[in-house]
Design a binder for this molecule. Structure first.
Ligand SMILES: Cc1cc2nc3c(=O)[nH]c(=O)nc-3n(C[C@H](O)[C@H](O)[C@H](O)COP(=O)(O)OP(=O)(O)OC[C@H]3O[C@@H](n4cnc5c(N)ncnc54)[C@H](O)[C@@H]3O)c2cc1C
Length: 406
C-alpha cells in the first residue's frame, strides 16, 4: 500500500487536527491519554461525557454511524485517521467504546425503530453510558454456555442469574444482556438478547478490586429483575445471532485500537533513567532489547496498514486484525514489564509504564483470549480441522455443566 495519506485522508486529518487543537491539548512526551484503569472515578465519567458531547456537537462523534443515527457515515479508513489523531491529545477516558463501538451497531442491525430512536442519539452524545452483560462465571470463551435465565411474566421478563467482568456497570445507565430463555434446545438456540435499565430493582452491582487498586469491572447479580418485552432485541431464541453482531464489532474495535506504552516511549524512558550511573540508553543490553521491541512494533504497524488498506478499499479486514491483538497484547505486557524494571524503585509508582504492565494481562483475555484467537487463526485461516464440539446439538439442560433443572 501507499503509506502516505490519500488527498481525502490528508484533508480529513487536517480538519481533525484543527478541531482537536481548538478543544484539547496535545499529549506531553511519555504521557498517555486517560484509559481503562481510571474508569471508576466519577469526575472522569463527567469529563468523558463532556468531551463526547463536544465531539457530537461538532460532528466528530460516531464517525462511521449513519447520519440518521447521529453519525457522519464516513468510511472506516477515515475513522482510523481520526483515532490516530485523537490518540495524540490529552482527552478524557473513553467510556463509550462498548456502547458506540459494539452495542450501538447491534441496535442498528437488530433493534426496533422505537429502540433506535430512544437510544442511539443519546448514546452518540454520551448522555448514557452502556455496559455489556455477556460473561458469566462459567461462560466466557464459551459464551453460549451462559445460565442467566429470562422467564416471560405477562408483558415483562424476569431475569435471574449472575454476570461477571462487566466493565463500567457501576456508572452505566443501560446494559445489553444475553439470557437463556429455553434450556430444552441446543445451547446456541435457547438464548434471547435484551436491553436492561441498570437502575432497575433487583440488580446488584459488586465491584471487583483490581491489582492497581481500581475497580473497572464488576459482578452483576439479577434477582427477579423485570425487563419489559419492548426491550427485547430481535426474536425470542435469536440471541446468539444478535450476540455475534456485538462480538464481531468487538473484535474489530479492539483490533483497530492502540493505546498504552509504545516502543518510542521506551527510548525516551531509557534516556531519562540511569543504569550503573550512566543513562540506561547507553547500556548495550538495554539498546538491544529496545531494538527488538522496535522491530516487533514495526511489524505490527505494517500489518496494521494491511487492515487500513482493506478498509480504504471498502473490503473487510482478514486475519490481520486477530494477529494485531495476538502479538500486540503479549508485547505490551513485556514492554510494560521491561519499562517498569528500567525505572527501578520509581517503577513501583502507578505511572504510564506500570499502567501498561498491570493492564496488559487483561488485554490478553478481553475480546478473545490468546488461545481463542489462535483457534480462530487455525480454523478459519489455516483451515485446520475444527475443535470437536460434543455439546453443539444437545439440549442445554442435558449438558453436564448446566445446573440441575435448567
Ligand atoms: C479487561 C477485561 C474487560 C472485560 N469486560 C467485559 C465486559 O464488559 N463484559 C463482558 O461480558 N465480559 C467482559 N470481559 C470478560 C471476557 O470476555 C472473558 O474474560 C473472556 O471471554 C474469557 O472468558 P473466561 O474469563 O470465562 O475464561 P475461560 O473461557 O474460562 O477460559 C479460561 C482459559 O481456558 C482457555 N480456553 C477456553 N476455551 C478454550 C478452547 N476452546 N481452546 C483452547 N483454550 C481455551 C482460555 O483461552 C483461557 O486461557 C472482560 C475481560 C477483561 C479481561
Amino acid at each position: 500500500m501507499d503509506f502516505n495519506d490519500t488527498p481525502e485522508e490528508a484533508e480529513f486529518r487536517a480538519e481533525a487536527r484543527t478541531f482537536l487543537d481548538k478543544h484539547v491539548r496535545p499529549l506531553k512526551p511519555g504521557e498517555t491519554a486517560g484509559g481503562v484503569l481510571e474508569r471508576d472515578d466519577p469526575e472522569i465519567v463527567k469529563q468523558a461525557k463532556e468531551w463526547q458531547a463536544c465531539k457530537k456537537d461538532n460532528g466528530w462523534a460516531c464517525l462511521t454511524w449513519p447520519k440518521e443515527f447521529g453519525g457522519r457515515a464516513v468510511a472506516s479508513n477515515l475513522n482510523v485517521v481520526w483515532n490516530q489523531e485523537e490518540g495524540k491529545y490529552a482527552t478524557a477516558a473513553n467510556i463509550f467504546g462498548i456502547g458506540i463501538g459494539m452495542l450501538g451497531p447491534t441496535i442498528m442491525a437488530h433493534g426496533t425503530d422505537a429502540q433506535k430512536s430512544q437510544h442511539l442519539e443519546r448514546m452518540a452524545r454520551g448522555d448514557d453510558v452502556w455496559c455489556q452483560l455477556f460473561s458469566e462465571p462459567s461462560a466466557g470463551s464459551d459464551l453460549a454456555g451462559l445460565r442467566t435465565s429470562a422467564v416471560k411474566d405477562g408483558d415483562d421478563w424476569l431475569l435471574n442469574g449472575q454476570k461477571i467482568w462487566t466493565t463500567g456497570a457501576q456508572f452505566s445507565e443501560w446494559g445489553m444482556i444475553v439470557t437463556r430463555t429455553d434450556p430444552n434446545v441446543a445451547k446456541h438456540a435457547g438464548l434471547t438478547y435484551f436491553i436492561v435499565d441498570m437502575k432497575s430493582p433487583g440488580i446488584e452491582i459488586r465491584p471487583i478490586k483490581q491489582i492497581n487498586g481500581d475497580s473497572g469491572f464488576n459482578e452483576v447479580f439479577f434477582s427477579d429483575t423485570r425487563v419489559p418485552d419492548s426491550n427485547r432485541v430481535d426474536a425470542v431464541g435469536n440471541g446468539w445471532a444478535v450476540a455475534l453482531t456485538t462480538l464481531m464489532n468487538e473484535r474489530s474495535s479492539i483490533g483497530a485500537g492502540g493505546g498504552g506504552m509504545r516502543a518510542e516511549d521506551l527510548i525516551r524512558l531509557a534516556q531519562d533513567c540511569t543504569l550503573n550511573g550512566r543513562p540506561a540508553i547507553e547500556d548495550s543490553a538495554v539498546r538491544q532489547k529496545i531494538a527488538n521491541f522496535y522491530v516487533n512494533a514495526s511489524g505490527l504497524k505494517y500489518t496494521g496498514y494491511r487492515t487500513l488498506t482493506a478498509l480504504s478499499r471498502g473490503t473487510t479486514p482478514g486475519p490481520e486484525s486477530s494477529i494485531g491483538k495476538m502479538v500486540g497484547a503479549p508485547m505490551a505486557q513485556e514492554l510494560g514489564s521491561f519499562a517498569t524494571e528500567l525505572m527501578g524503585i520509581t517503577g513501583s509508582q502507578i505511572s504510564g509504564p506500570q499502567e501498561t504492565y498491570l493492564g496488559s494481562p487483561g488485554l490478553r483475555i478481553a475480546g478473545g483470549t490468546d488461545e481463542i484467537l489462535r483457534n480462530i487463526l487455525a480454523e478459519r485461516v489455516l483451515r485446520l480441522p475444527p475443535e470437536p464440539r460434543m455439546d453443539k446439538k444437545v439440549a442445554f439442560r442435558e449438558i453436564p455443566t448446566a445446573p440441575p433443572g435448567k
